[in-house]
Design a protein around this ligand. Structure first.
Ligand SMILES: [Zn+2]
Length: 312
C-alpha cells in the first residue's frame, strides 16, 4: 500500500521511525500515517436448520458463496453492520444471538478483522441484493464445496456450523463411564462426583458427543417425594462453546423431565455465568436469588440465581 502526500497539509510524506516501525510521516506538520486493519462484520443466519449464503455478484471472488458480511461504517456498531449487510444482501431482517468468532485476514495491507455473529431471522423475504448474484438457504448436507466458498474465515465458520449440527445427544449408560471420568479429570469444574451419578437411580446424565468425543454433559436429579427435579450443571468443553450445545443439553433435560412426569424443573447458576441466558431463552423463569451463595473465590462471593421451568 502506498501513500504519497500528507492528508492534512499535502506535503510529501517521508518514511520515518515511529515506535517499532517505519511509517509515512509528514516532515512539515508531523502527521503519522498508520496502516490498520479494516473491520468487517457478518452473520451466520440460521433458519429452519439451514444457513443463508450469498453468491457474490462483484469482485473480489465474484461467483463464490459467502456469508452475508461487509465493512463496518465509522458511525455504526459491529452488530448493526452485520444486521445491515444481511438485509442489503439477502432481504432478511435478523436478530443477533451471539458472537461466533473474530478472525484476522490478510498479511499485507489492506488487512482486516472479521467479526462473525450467529443470528436468526425476524422478518423480510429472501431475495438477492444489488451486489449479489444469488442467495439461498442450505442444509448442512447441501453446503457448497469448500472451493466454492469465497473466504477462509467463512469456510471455517461453516465447518464449525456443520460439525455442531452433527453433535449427538443421548442419555448416558454404564459404558460411558470412562469418557465421563476423563472429562471430569480434564475439567475439574465439572466435579469428581459425576462418574458415580451413573449408578444413582434418581439421576440421569445427558451427554453431547462429537463423534467419539464427549463434549458436553448435564444431569437431571429427581427429588424424593415431590414432582420436582433439578439440573445440576451444564458443562461444555471450552472449544465447543458458542455452538448451541448448552441450549440443546437444556432442551434434552426438559424433555427428560417431561417424560418422567416432573412438574417443575429447577436450576441454579452463579449470576456471572452465561448459562443463565441459556436457561432464560429455554423458557425458565427467575424464581429467586441468594447473595454470597457460592464460596468466595479470588473475586469474592458470588450471588446465586434460582430458576424454574413449569411443565404443568
Ligand atoms: Zn502534514
Amino acid at each position: 500500500m502506498d501513500v504519497t502526500y500528507c492528508p492534512k497539509c499535502a506535503t510529501e510524506l517521508e518514511w520515518k521511525h515511529s515506535g517499532e516501525r517505519e511509517r509515512p510521516t509528514c516532515p512539515a506538520c508531523g502527521f503519522v500515517f498508520y496502516f490498520n486493519p479494516v473491520v468487517g462484520a457478518g452473520a451466520l443466519v440460521e433458519t429452519d436448520g439451514r444457513v443463508i449464503l450469498v453468491r457474490r455478484g462483484v469482485e473480489p471472488k465474484a461467483g463464490y458463496w459467502s456469508l452475508p458480511a461487509g465493512y463496518v461504517e465509522a458511525d455504526e456498531l459491529a452488530e448493526e453492520a452485520a444486521v445491515r449487510e444481511t438485509l442489503e444482501e439477502t432481504g432478511l431482517e435478523i436478530e443477533i444471538d451471539d458472537m461466533l468468532g473474530v478472525y484476522s485476514f490478510g498479511r499485507e495491507p489492506p488487512t482486516g478483522v472479521l467479526i462473525l455473529y450467529s443470528a436468526h431471522t425476524t422478518g423480510g423475504e429472501l431475495r438477492a441484493g444489488d451486489d449479489a448474484a444469488d442467495v439461498r438457504a442450505f442444509s448442512s448436507e447441501e453446503l457448497p464445496h469448500d472451493d466454492q466458498i469465497a473466504f477462509r474465515t467463512h469456510r471455517q465458520a461453516l465447518h464449525d456450523w456443520r460439525r455442531a449440527r452433527a453433535i449427538v445427544y443421548r442419555e448416558a449408560n454404564p459404558a460411558d463411564r470412562r469418557a465421563i471420568v476423563e472429562l471430569t479429570r480434564r475439567h475439574p469444574s465439572v466435579g469428581d462426583g459425576w462418574p458415580t451419578y451413573l449408578d444413582e437411580k434418581d439421576r440421569a446424565l445427558l451427554l453431547a458427543w462429537d463423534g467419539d468425543q464427549l463434549v458436553g454433559i448435564t444431569c437431571v436429579s429427581h427429588r424424593p417425594l415431590g414432582q420436582t427435579a433439578n439440573i445440576d450443571q451444564v458443562f461444555v468443553r471450552p472449544r465447543y462453546r458458542r455452538w448451541g450445545i448448552a441450549t440443546q443439553l437444556v432442551s434434552q433435560a426438559i424433555s427428560h423431565a417431561r417424560n418422567s412426569s416432573v412438574r417443575t424443573l429447577l436450576a441454579e447458576a452463579p449470576e456471572t455465568n452465561p448459562v443463565l441466558l441459556v436457561y432464560l431463552k429455554a423458557g425458565f423463569r427467575l424464581s429467586g436469588f441468594m447473595d454470597a451463595y457460592y464460596p468466595p473465590d479470588g473475586a469474592g462471593p458470588v450471588t446465586a440465581m434460582f430458576l424454574a421451568y413449569d411443565l404443568g
